[in-house]
Design a protein around this ligand. Structure first.
Ligand SMILES: NC(=O)c1ccc[n+]([C@@H]2O[C@H](COP(=O)([O-])OP(=O)(O)OC[C@H]3O[C@@H](n4cnc5c(N)ncnc54)[C@H](OP(=O)(O)O)[C@@H]3O)[C@@H](O)[C@H]2O)c1
Length: 281
């Protein structure tokens, strides 16, 4: 857990999860977790399984996914591994439909799978595939999977929830991260608009604006940094708490402040971001 005073000051302390409360939300029900083969998704899936959920694990790597499922079963939990590349939109929709056919409406869809690329604009002039690949995994695939699951949740008598593991960087300029932040923000904008439509049907939508988290994703860029960061297990705590509170947005205070500043003073934030990016380049 991130316990340093700096992490606490930055609102990145991982609070405890009330195990009984989580069990009341997911116990005996189905939880679908994308990107469950490692990192945040694996940690969240283990926690939900530990609270009595049957977890449906999605990612591309079948072997890693089966290993996570086997560990869960060894610990007395219940899990199904479903290998899928979410960038294949037909496959993503088909998996969503199969989950509904096999298990009915899930209690929770944790839309967590994602991919990041750190690349300046000048370096992807001739790499449009960077944009289409990231749009596939960070926005289009998650929507393709969510559509059948949300339809089932709306029709079900029990409460449902979609928790999206987004990035704190979605709300302010991220020079060098433009494709990543644009695609994550695209999915988040979709959630912002469907949330009011779903509310009346007992389906909650939570957007987590996750700060830096030490996983395979962040390792190439941040492995040696001393920046305050969450562990994958801390991030899973954020996910589990969101399942209990059903908060609309979960974000550190400085992420919310950054969003307000960007909206109120766009040119000033633009200049400051550009200066910081030039210093770092
Ligand atoms: N780490 C951070 O600092 C940080 C900060 C803010 C937000 N986030 C967000 O947190 C989420 C989890 O990230 P993480 O750090 O845990 O990353 P990670 O360790 O790299 O895990 C990513 C997961 O997504 C799966 N995945 C990737 N591409 C996929 C595809 N095309 N189809 C299906 N599954 C796919 C991966 O499995 P396969 O490769 O086997 O498919 C893996 O299970 C992401 O949405 C990320 O954007 C992370």
């Amino acid at each position: 857990m991130a316990r340093s005073p700096l992490a606490t000051m930055l609102g990145m302390r991982a609070h405890m999860v009330d195990g009984g409360a989580l069990r009341r939300v997911v116990g005996g029900r189905v939880v679908v977790v994308t990107g469950a083969s490692r990192g945040v998704g694996r940690a969240a899936a283990r926690r939900c399984a530990g609270a009595g959920a049957h977890v449906v694990l999605l990612a591309r790597g079948a072997e890693a996914l089966e290993a996570v499922a086997a560990q869960i079963v060894e610990r007395g939990g219940s899990a199904t591994a479903v290998p899928v590349d979410l960038r294949d939109l037909d496959a993503a929709t088909a998996v969503g439909e199969e989950i509904v056919a096999d298990h009915g409406a899930p209690a929770l869809l944790v839309s967590n799978a994602g991919h990041s690329i750190r690349r300046d604009l000048a370096d992807y002039t001739d790499r449009l595939h960077d944009v289409t690949r990231l749009a596939g995994i960070n926005m289009l695939g998650p929507i393709a999977l969510a559509l059948p699951l949300l339809a089932a949740m709306r029709a079900a008598p029990a409460a449902g929830q979609l928790i999206s593991v987004g990035s704190v960087g979605m709300v302010f300029p991220g020079p060098g991260w433009s494709v990543y932040t644009a695609t994550k923000a695209g999915f988040d904008a979709w959630l912002r608009s469907i949330s009011p439509e779903l509310r009346g049907d007992g389906v909650a939508v939570t957007s987590i604006h996750l700060p830096l988290t030490r996983t395979a994703m962040s390792a190439p860029t941040y492995a040696r940094t001393r920046l305050a960061a969450l562990s994958a297990d801390d991030a899973a705590t954020w996910v589990c708490r969101a399942a209990i509170t059903r908060a609309r947005v979960v974000a550190p205070w400085w992420g919310r402040l950054g969003g307000v500043m960007t909206a109120a003073l766009p040119a000033a934030v633009d200049r400051a971001s550009g200066a910081a990016w030039r210093r770092a380049s």
